[in-house]
Design a protein around this ligand. Structure first.
Ligand SMILES: [Zn+2]
Length: 323
């Protein structure tokens, strides 16, 4: 089912009352974000992140209707019919430590941060953040889009840049005089290991999110396995996490049952996470999260997702299956 059709199917949920939708049964609510910032982030054009006020409003909505739980409770208890949520944050951006964690601590909300060791300590920049940075620079001038089109790209296409074409971003940056090293040093877009350790010390959970955020569906089995094991080994050697958890970058769409089973059998991960929304999963140790950073505020996008979940339920399609 394509995205556009899916979004149309969700629309009626916008008009329905939350109270009406919430009487039904749903999978455990696992909303995830990446970053919260009052400043524009030129390297993040890939999703509509929240400012502090919007984020706090969304948290207040969640706290009004659900009880926040930590990873321990999520993984060790059943949550059928219980109104709970577990929050998580992907990509290990600096604002996780400087903006998000202080808010969560004040509100008493536990959370998990899924990090890419390849980027921690600002060693390198995710290829899609590189693409965003290039586009932000081009948007400063009038001829930016034309300049890019002459090189075979639109803004939209560049934002979807796959990792195997990451060199394209490097080449465009060279032409524009953008230095990744300079940006990493000046902006410090990612958390340092010390900041990640501090989050752990404050009681937050830390999980793996692959080494350097590749599109999993384009990798062969061995490389997929290596991406998971390298990030989990890094966490194992630098942190003291009770649960070994991993969230697939972008999506778990196309991630095979064989890989999920192998990761569990080899004790690489206790639990893994996808991003398919409010859905059950056919694999016992794999859970689906709900992307909170959409064009709608969470109270609205959640109603749309709940409506869609009910609809899928009627059609017997509420459970994600893996090839
Ligand atoms: Zn990510």
């Amino acid at each position: 089912m394509n995205n556009r059709f899916r979004n149309i199917m969700k629309l009626p949920g916008k008009l329905l009352r939350y109270e009406w939708l919430s009487v039904h049964n749903y999978p455990v609510l696992l909303p995830f974000y990446h970053v919260v910032s009052d400043e524009p982030l030129p390297h993040v054009l890939n999703y509509p992140y929240r400012n502090v006020r919007q984020f706090m409003e969304e948290l207040d909505f969640l706290l009004k209707h659900y009880r926040p739980i930590g990873m321990e409770e999520l993984l060790t208890q059943t949550h059928e019919r219980s109104r709970v949520f577990h929050l998580s944050f992907d990509d290990g951006l600096r604002q996780c430590a400087t903006v998000i964690a202080p808010i969560l601590l004040r509100k008493g909300i536990p959370a998990t941060f899924f990090v890419n060791p390849g980027f921690a300590d600002n060693k390198a920049l995710f290829h899609r953040y590189k693409a965003s940075l290039i586009i932000s620079r081009l948007k400063e001038g009038k001829q930016g889009e034309t300049w890019l089109r002459e090189r075979g790209f639109s803004f939209g296409k560049l934002l979807q840049l796959p990792i195997r074409e990451a060199e394209t971003a490097d080449r465009l940056a060279d032409e524009l005089g953008i230095s990744w090293d300079h940006f990493l040093k000046e902006t410090q877009p990612y958390m340092t290991l010390d900041q990640i350790r501090e989050l752990e010390g404050r009681g937050f959970s830390i999980g793996g999110h692959s080494w350097d955020h590749p599109e999993f569906a384009s990798l062969d089995f061995e490389e997929q396995y290596r991406q998971v094991s390298a990030s989990m080994d890094w966490i194992g050697s630098h942190l003291h996490q009770k649960h070994r958890v991993f969230a697939f970058p972008y999506t778990d769409d196309g991630v095979s049952a064989r890989l999920l089973k192998q990761l569990a059998d080899d004790n690489l991960c206790d639990h893994t996470f996808g991003t398919a929304g409010l859905k059950y999963d056919s694999m016992p140790r794999h859970l689906q999260r709900f992307p909170a950073e959409t064009s709608e505020a969470l109270p609205v996008s959640l109603k749309m997702e709940m409506f869609y979940s009910q609809l899928r339920g009627y059609l017997g399609r509420q459970t994600v299956k893996h090839p």
